[in-house]
Design a protein around this ligand. Structure first.
Ligand code: PLP
Length: 401
């Protein structure tokens, strides 16, 4: 791209142009067999993605939201239960909790990683809940609900600190369902296991989204659940297919939540390229750090703890005067985004949840300052220089005016 052309927040056209032949071959194969639902393309992708995540099973479903919902349902979570998660996430996390019949309970994030803060989780479990040692039942005092699960979200492609979360979950008998919808291929160094673990391999199950803009994106809607639990995988296969494991013999009421064969075929093609795309994103993140570093600007860059290999689904920085910065960058053709502008506990949809402004100060503080800069594998060094100089120009004006 030239020095003055627009820099999109996300370029979804180039990767599809590059893979056009491989992708159209998937359509051709599906058309020639009319194998649109289930079959070898779905099974092949499930096997490949399970291997990629280091899990024994992958169940392809219709979206990341389906993946979360089916994981909660298959894990036995339902009415009377509460599931702990963060207010700094996309609403699908809590929609899936509510749609399983349970209720979301929020714990604030760590200001450095923007993910669930294990110390605040511990404080919530110890001070806001009662634990019955005999029944191993944890009760939220405010709502009287059984706290059944915790859902850490690996937001922006950055891992939540899983060791202490898993430790607390073990101590309080909580199921862990990871929301890995933004974290395909991210890795966590478990001090406990003394090894790197892939996102989606550490909880009882994990949800992935293949929404087109994700690091691994379909050409439409798609999602998957990964797990090492065979029984859970079997239940999710039934739930996604109207509660049947044999055609027209329904053990339970289920859903129409299958992964399309064409999407599975496309994802299988793209999965082969994911390691390279991830490296390109990581290299772009290093370049942003170098470029911002040289300027000494007052921009808070993403923090990457030594135990995390982030995959930079998003490159989120914090600045003063965020809205003005976005306007200024937009005026010179640079796309940006906010993930997310309104914390979930302050969304209208949760007006009746009993939460109020001030309940989760870290999330509230960062929500007013975060901005996602352009990030995609094909982002060039010169485009990044323009993003950084555009940001710096604005910040120096904002500071002196
Ligand atoms: C953190 C998070 N959770 C869940 C989802 C839901 O995924 P989908 O849009 O595929 O339903 C998304 C995707 O947007 C997400 O970013």
């Amino acid at each position: 791209m030239s020095g003055t052309s627009n820099i999109p927040f996300l370029d979804l056209v180039t990767p599809h142009a590059e893979l056009k032949e491989e992708l159209t071959a998937v359509f051709t194969a599906a058309l020639s067999t009319a194998g649109f639902i289930g079959g070898p393309m779905v099974q092949g992708f499930e096997e490949d993605f399970a291997a990629y995540c280091g899990t024994s099973h992958c169940v392809g479903v219709g979206s990341g939201t389906d993946a979360l919902r089916f994981a909660f349902l298959a894990a036995g979570i339902g009415p009377g239960d509460a599931v702990v998660t963060v207010p700094n996430t996309f609403i699908a996390t809590t929609e899936a909790i509510s749609q399983s019949g349970a209720r979301p309970v929020f714990v604030d994030i760590d200001e450095a990683t923007y993910n669930l803060d294990p110390a605040l989780l511990q404080r919530y479990l110890e001070t806001d809940c009662d634990y019955n040692q005999e029944t191993r039942k944890l009760t939220d005092r405010r709502t009287g609900l059984r706290v059944a699960a915790v859902t850490p979200v690996h937001l922006y492609g950055q891992m939540a600190d899983m060791d202490p979360i898993l430790e607390l979950a073990g101590q309080y008998n909580l199921i862990v369902i990871e929301d890995a919808c933004q974290a395909h291929g991210a890795e966590y160094f478990s001090r406990k296991q003394n090894r790197w673990c892939k996102a989606g391999s550490m909880g009882l199950a994990a949800a992935f989204s293949f929404y087109p803009g994700k690091n691994l994106g379909a050409c439409g809607e798609a999602g998957a659940v990964t797990t090492n639990d065979e029984g859970l995988a079997r239940r999710m296969r039934m739930l996604r297919d109207h509660g049947q494991s044999q055609k027209y013999y329904h053990q339970v009421e289920g859903y129409n939540g299958r992964l399309d064969a064409i999407q599975a075929g496309i994802l299988r093609v793209k999965l082969k390229h994911l390691p390279e795309w991830t490296q390109q994103r990581q290299a772009a993140a290093v370049r942003y750090r170098e470029l911002f570093g040289e300027t000494g600007a007052r921009v808070i860059l993403p923090h990457q703890p030594e135990w995390s290999k982030a995959v930079y689904h998003l490159f989120v920085v914090r600045v003063q005067h965020r809205d003005e910065l976005m306007k200024q960058l937009g005026a010179v053709g640079i796309g940006t985004g906010i993930h997310y502008p309104v914390p979930l506990h302050l969304q209208e949809a949760y007006n009746s949840s009993g939460y109020a402004m001030g309940d989760f100060p870290v999330t509230e503080r960062v929500a007013a300052q975060i901005v996602s800069l352009p990030m995609f594998p094909q982002l060039s060094a010169s485009q990044q220089s323009r993003v950084v100089s555009g940001t710096i120009t604005h910040l120096s004006v904002a500071v002196t005016s």
